[in-house]
Design a protein around this ligand. Structure first.
Ligand code: ZN
Length: 318
């Protein structure tokens, strides 16, 4: 294992900004990468990188031939954001995941994006880990642009996730790292799981098993290596069977349903109440028989705030 700095820039006073990766090198097999922390308030991927590093270190002690390729971990792409509890890139107030593919002589967000693209050139598989935001909790899922479905869907099916959400091309942002890499023929999957500013260890362990499974199938890991079992098989959602539930009033959300449960049409997910008096201002109910895969985490809501996403059970592909 070695730690490398792949991008450096002088800070205005005297420090240096360094962006690092941890590299595990085996033989000449495939090269894979895990990205996280592109949003400074999302921490699930940082813990996943720790778990992966711990698993690989331990495995290599007892089985030095177990790694046939290269694994690169990029735990903190937006280092300034992570160090200052900021989602965007501080000073520029820019979403780093809207700066790709970037260019090397532009302002900092564009330079950093270009450096990340250059660092990942030629990789055989990249997984970009996100943790929603502080407002919504997500089950472990992968989101795929239908433009790249043929390449990415077979990989995603084996990643031990609960859901694959296929987005039509028109709703996809082209300035993300994933879209930019896929456009350069570097396969990149986007994982969303958990909630911002928190860690959900069981989700990280679930995805760790999925990544090891994929890497073993690709030949990054030796075929006889023992890895954790895969126990989850994803539903496949698309824009036709995902229902968005928005708040009918402003107020304080008190959930009554558990995340990732089956719902009946009309079933109560929670109420929006007043903090000023005893009033129940509105209710949040499921519009369909379905599965609750996104649930509001942050209690205070405005009228129109996203409260939940429900995937209709009818027509769901497995
Ligand atoms: Zn994110």
């Amino acid at each position: 294992m070695k730690t490398e700095t792949f991008y450096t820039i002088d800070m205005p006073y005297c420090e240096q900004l360094e962006v690092r990766r941890t590299v595990f090198s085996g033989g000449n097999g495939p090269r894979v990468a895990v990205l996280s922390g592109i949003h400074g308030d999302e921490l699930e991927g940082l813990y996943l990188c720790h778990c992966l590093a711990a698993w690989l270190e331990k495995m290599l002690q007892s089985n030095p031939q177990g790694l046939l390729g290269t694994v690169e971990l990029y735990p903190a792409l937006n280092t300034l954001g992570l160090d200052t509890l900021t989602r965007s890139l501080p000073v520029y107030d820019t979403d780093l995941n809207r700066a790709f593919p970037g260019y090397s002589n532009g302002p900092l967000p564009k330079r950093l994006a270009a450096a990340i693209m250059a660092a990942l050139e030629g990789a055989d598989l990249v997984v970009d880990i996100h943790a929603s935001n502080i407002y919504l909790r997500e089950i472990p899922q992968v989101r795929i642009n239908q433009e790249f479905e043929n390449i990415l869907l077979p990989i995603a099916r084996n990643m031990n996730l609960n859901l694959i959400w296929l987005h039509c091309a028109a709703t996809v942002l082209e300035t993300t790292v994933a879209h930019s890499l896929n456009s350069c023929n570097v396969p990149c999957l986007v994982v969303e799981m958990g909630v911002g500013m928190r860690i959900t260890p069981e989700y990280c362990e679930q995805l760790l098993a999925g990544l090891l499974n994929i890497w073993k199938k690709m030949g990054v890991l030796a075929p006889d290596l023992s890895i954790p079992d895969i126990s989850h098989h994803p539903y496949i959602a698309d824009d036709s069977n995902v229902h968005y539930l928005n708040a009918q009033t402003s107020g304080m959300f008190i959930p009554t349903a558990s995340h990732w449960t089956n719902l009946s049409q009309g079933e109560l997910l929670g109420t929006i109440v007043s903090s000023f008096n005893c009033a129940v201002l509105s209710e949040v109910r499921s519009p369909v028989d379905g599965i609750l895969f996104t649930l509001r985490e942050y209690p205070l809501v405005y009228e129109g705030s996203l409260m939940a996403r429900v995937m209709a059970r009818r027509g769901v592909r497995l």
